[in-house]
Write a protein that binds this ligand. Sequence first.
Ligand code: ATP
Length: 330
Amino acid sequence: MNIRRLIAPAKVNLALLVGPLQPDGYHPIMSVMVPLELGDELEVELVVLPTGRGRGAEIGRRGERAVGVSVTCAGVADGENLVDRALGLLEEESGWRLEGSVAIHKRIPVAAGLGGGSSDAATALRAGAAALETAGGPVLELHRLAELGFKLGADVPFFLTCGSQMACGRGEQLESFPLPPLSLVLVLPKELLSTGAVYSEYDEMVEIESGAEFVARAEGARVAWHRVQTEWIEGNLGEEDLLLRVAALAANDLEQAAVRMVPAMGRRRKDLEDAGALATLMSGSGPTIFGIFPNHAAAAQAAAELIARGHRAVVTRTRALSANPTVALP
Ligand code: ATP
């Protein structure tokens, strides 16, 4: 069996605008999502077999789990890993059986708003699809993998194509949105925050905006982000000005709700500001807070100060120009 060592990157949202809850249970969003150098490491060893030729069983539990694949991952209960479900969906879709193992070495904190589970799932979908193709099985195109991935979580399609992207709709309408690499400091949480719980708190807190009002607000933000990007691409914006413009547009509608649930986030944000961040923001549904810094040296200095104050601070960079999420390690 061929062992592949893959990186599943974390992400932050530079913008996350959230509209009113829809009858289908989703909130419409407008988001600017960027992958990070920080990522989980997956050791993937897969064989694929036409159904009936595996060690005994037929495809197990129809899309719930790939029972022939052992998935290990500290911090996530056995059988509950999104990677299990991703491989199960591939079996159901292809009619082929997967066997082998996936060892996940978590570097991305769990339930922190950094998208670790979704990224692991997307990496597993890509690795499984590649193994199927190599073995002469059905070829699953990216758009089909994105549909399967969306069943696992709204962020999974983002991690399949990766690179910096603008996400609209329920998060599945993705548009490539290149940005230069940014130096960040993440202040990692001590608490776990469930995405669903933060959205529920948000629904209770906010004054209900109509769907039409959200569409107009999201469109305004979309245009503003595109304007900044165009000026940067056309060379009309220096690095410093670009950072300031990005800092001015950075916004997360869920932050107030999350701070109510984890008040310590307010202090973390203040300490990041004091350490020199150009902008500070919560990522996703939190509770990770990140700061944008002018360069890597400034970020490293700030992280050292924050660690001295008792925070779990990590320096990282965005991989905003990369188009390939599944980076093979040497
Ligand atoms: P979101 O994508 O909603 O921002 P998050 O980054 O806040 O999510 P994750 O780390 O993806 O949070 O974990 C969310 C939940 O998914 C956790 O409760 C965890 O038990 C479960 N989970 C399943 N598989 C994984 C995985 N491979 N890594 C991390 N969490 C996983």
